[in-house]
Design a protein around this ligand. Structure first.
Ligand code: 5AD
Ligand code: SF4
Length: 433
């Protein structure tokens, strides 16, 4: 009988993909099958995120719980970004953990499985050529890594310390992966990297010069592929050539993630983001001049050390000017091994909470107003998910989530849908053709 794997994935899309890789390896080489029950698992994996402090605290309380409910001989493995930066400390604090596997080392999952108390966390380990086996959690869209690691040095961010330096994956491997996904029925690919539009700066071996715009062109030539999405691009690298390709290439979904972080040029400088408030606004303006209906999402950090009321007002000003479709907003959380963790001009907790609430309220007001304008509009929707109450949901190419009455027969299909009811995060519609 096959062994059972229970896996919990926290954090970003990159982590989701790493989990898929580990599942594939364990399935192929060790005959594991997935289970949703921790109690019957032979191996419990937790793929962690360390970008903010909260998930790290949560990790240790969860591990304690896993240890209580697991079968006597079941193994527990800690993987991902927190594994990278805490390493051995995890086994010291939770001695029942069998192994620790960093975010840059997931290809070694079947090795560490048989090495009691193994700790593999080398952030310079090059797994860019690792030939990934197949496991996809969705048959409709395929996550494909295009680079590993990150070369930026944003002062708030722990990722370069957990995922190491940036290496791009060879173009032909990416094209092969995309072709494979399409052959098995996926119509959408989701290109992943910490900083996708910096693609092609460094490969692990000899490789013809190529950049992200060229990669997009090549991927879009794959027959049968309908949609291309990617995350995350960096506003600093959004040159005109890239924006033009984004606009002109029909297969590229018209939804852009533009992580602002702060609207204040001074704070952006302290964060070492490499752009100003004006540059960001200029890129949005250019993008909208090419693609008026583009969906724009962003990440914002409030209360970064030294953020004054005036700086925060700049962030609100950008919010009012850009009117993002979606925001992911966070209170600044000091992270070990980062430059900003040493900054002493911290913002007090009460101010941070107030700013986060103000920001989120402004965003909700903007989105409620924007979404009302969607009533009666028609979008092409790619259906991917069943929802309660006999509904099926999918996304328009500009990333609006829309559900219609229906069931399995719509999954994996494209339909034109007219919006009949608007909400804050999900619209309701009816199929028109
Ligand atoms: N504190 C708060 N938010 C952070 N992020 C990254 N590091 C921190 C931190 N130290 C946010 C950024 C990033 C997103 C993935 O997480 O907004 O874009
Ligand atoms: Fe993803 Fe960053 Fe979290 Fe790592 S720390 S899982 S890279 S969001």
């Amino acid at each position: 009988m096959s062994k059972k794997l229970y896996i919990e994935t926290l954090g970003c899309a990159m982590n989701e993909r790493d989990s898929e890789h580990m599942i594939a390896e364990l399935r192929e080489k060790e005959d594991y099958t997935l289970t949703s029950s921790m109690e019957e698992a032979d191996l419990i994996l937790i793929n962690t995120c360390s970008v903010r402090e909260k998930p790290v605290h949560k990790l240790f309380s969860e591990l304690g719980y896993f240890n209580k409910v697991k079968k006597d001989d079941a193994k527990i493995g800690v993987c991902g970004c927190t594994a990278s930066h805490l390493g051995e400390e995890i086994i010291k604090r939770a001695p029942y953990v069998s192994f620790v596997l960093g975010a840059r080392n997931v290809s070694k999952i079947t090795e560490v499985l048989h090495k009691p108390k193994a700790v593999e966390t080398d952030i310079n380990y090059d797994e860019s050529l690792y030939a990934f086996s197949d496991f996809r959690s969705s048959p409709y869209k395929a996550y494909i890594n295009i680079s590993i690691g990150c070369d930026k040095s944003c002062t708030f961010c722990i990722v370069p310390k957990t995922r190491g330096e940036e290496i791009s994956i060879p173009t032909d491997l990416i094209l092969q992966e995309a072709q494979k996904a399409v052959n098995s029925g996926a119509k959408e690919v989701f290109l992943l990297g910490q900083n996708v539009n910096n693609y092609g700066r460094r490969f692990s071996g000899k490789h013809p010069k190529t950049n992200f715009t060229e990669l997009l062109r090549k991927v879009s030539e794959i027959e049968g592929l309908k949609r291309i999405r990617f995350t995350s691009p960096h506003p600093f690298h959004m040159d005109d050539e890239f924006l033009k390709e984004f606009a002109a290439n029909d297969k590229i979904c018209k939804s852009m993630h533009m992580p602002l972080q702060s609207g204040s040029t001074k704070v952006l400088k302290d964060m070492k983001r490499g752009y100003t408030k004006e540059w960001f606004l200029n890129r949005v303006e250019k993008l909208r001049s090419f693609v008026p209906d583009v969906g724009i999402s962003t990440d914002i950090i409030v209360a970064f050390p030294g953020e004054s009321e005036e700086d925060f007002e700049d962030t609100l000003d950008v919010m009012r000017k850009v009117r993002f479709n979606q925001i992911f907003s966070f209170k600044y959380s000091p992270r070990p091994l980062t430059e900003a963790a040493e900054f002493t001009n911290t913002v007090d907790e009460e101010t941070a909470s107030r700013r986060l609430t103000t920001l989120q309220k402004l965003h909700n007001d903007i989105v409620d107003e924007k979404n009302k304008e969607l009533l009666g509009k028609t979008y092409e929707v790619y259906f991917e998910e069943l929802k309660e109450g006999y509904f099926v949901a999918g996304r328009s190419d500009n990333n609006t989530i829309i559900k219609v009455k229906g069931s399995e027969e719509l999954l994996g299909e494209f339909k034109k849908v007219k919006i009949t009811h608007t909400g804050r995060t999900i619209m309701t519609g009816e199929i028109v053709e």
